[in-house]
Design a protein around this ligand. Structure first.
Ligand code: CAA
Length: 294
């Protein structure tokens, strides 16, 4: 059975991007948030992205209209009951995710596949909240979802191989490039990316170079689209610190431990671009200015 009806739980940065690309690919999408305000905010950001695509000529007016028709917002989980696949993109907290999946397990029929967009939490642990560990996997998108080509498809030791391949094919249908990986903390990308970003903070703490020069070096020396400190602000310092803690708990290796500066910045609420400040000050978003941190 092809995946045609998709439920997305969470309409924040990741959830709204996922809902958009799934609707653009031709699926019926119901996206759920906890309040009408959050649904409105999420749908507005999708609308803005679609508008940008129309202006650039990469989406026709008719395609935009079809995408809109396929996409519906709700505050009720019950409306996800007809889904072939539910993708969870809520807050990165294990108890919240387990509670959600336990509720969805009662609402959705046995055929529904459950996927989590988590970047670090164990898929196996989440699957234990349900009676369908064989139909449970990870589907990890990257920010900004409409732009980034990669999707990590994550199997546990319980995931049915046929279900796994069905979801790999679904990711291809979205126009993404799926990679297959297993349930190991950080999967592929964050296993490599998180220690790199943490090392950039350590280099700053140790006075190796300024914020701007660390970023310039990796952009111009390695051809990365963003330097590591800009990327940290983009991903969110709170998110990165959370992932680092989960990875450190799992592996007990220093390279995954959040450096003191990162912890202090998170405590101070300097969460990066979304908070208006992180390693840079975004008072003028077009012209971020490096902060005085050391
Ligand atoms: N939503 C939709 N489209 C967006 C966008 C957004 N938020 N931001 C930029 N774009 C589009 C632009 O419209 C533009 O499209 P066209 O080429 O068709 O015109 C394209 O992306 C390039 O944008 P810009 O020219 O404005 O800027 P840029 O060249 O610097 O690209 C970027 C922006 C794509 C974000 C690029 O800087 C980049 O690739 N950065 C690295 C992003 C990255 O590493 N993401 C992964 C983070 S890790 C993660 O997400 C997982 C995790 O678990 C933590």
């Amino acid at each position: 059975m092809p995946i045609e009806r998709v439920g997305v739980v969470g309409c924040g940065l990741m959830g709204s991007g996922i809902a958009q690309v799934v609707a653009q690919a031709g699926c019926q999408v119901v996206v759920r948030e906890v309040s009408a305000e959050l649904i409105e905010k999420g749908l507005k950001s999708i609308e803005k992205n679609l508008q940008r695509l129309v202006e650039k000529g990469s989406l026709s007016e008719a395609q935009r209209e079809q995408t809109r028709v396929r996409l519906r917002g709700t505050t009720s989980l019950d409306e996800l009951r007809d889904s072939d696949l539910v993708i969870e993109a809520v807050i990165e907290q294990l108890p919240a995710k387990k509670e959600l999946f336990a509720t969805l397990d009662k609402i959705c029929p046995q055929k529904t596949i459950f996927a989590s967009n988590t970047s670090s939490i164990s898929i196996t642990d989440m699957a234990t909240a349900t009676q369908r560990p064989n139909r449970f996997l990870g589907l990890h998108f990257f920010n900004p979802v409409p732009v980034m080509k990669l999707v990590e498809v994550i199997r546990t030791i319980s995931t049915d191989p046929n279900i796994f391949e069905e979801v790999v094919a679904f990711a291809e249908r979205l126009g993404k490039t799926p990679v297959r990986t297993s349930d190991r903390t950080g999967f592929i990308v964050n296993r490599l990316l998180v220690p790199y970003m943490l090392d950039a903070i350590r280099a700053l703490e140790e006075g190796v170079a300024s914020i701007e020069d660390i970023d310039k070096s990796m952009k111009l020396g390695c051809g990365h689209p963003m330097g590591p400190l800009t990327l940290l602000d983009f991903v969110g310092l709170d998110t990165t610190c959370y992932i680092a803690n989960v990875m450190f708990d799992e592996f007990k290796e220093r390279r995954f431990a959040p450096p003191p500066l990162l912890k202090r910045m998170v405590l101070a609420g300097w969460h990066g671009r979304k908070a208006g400040r992180g390693f840079y000050d975004y008072t003028d978003p077009q012209n971020p200015r490096p902060m005085e941190l050391t």
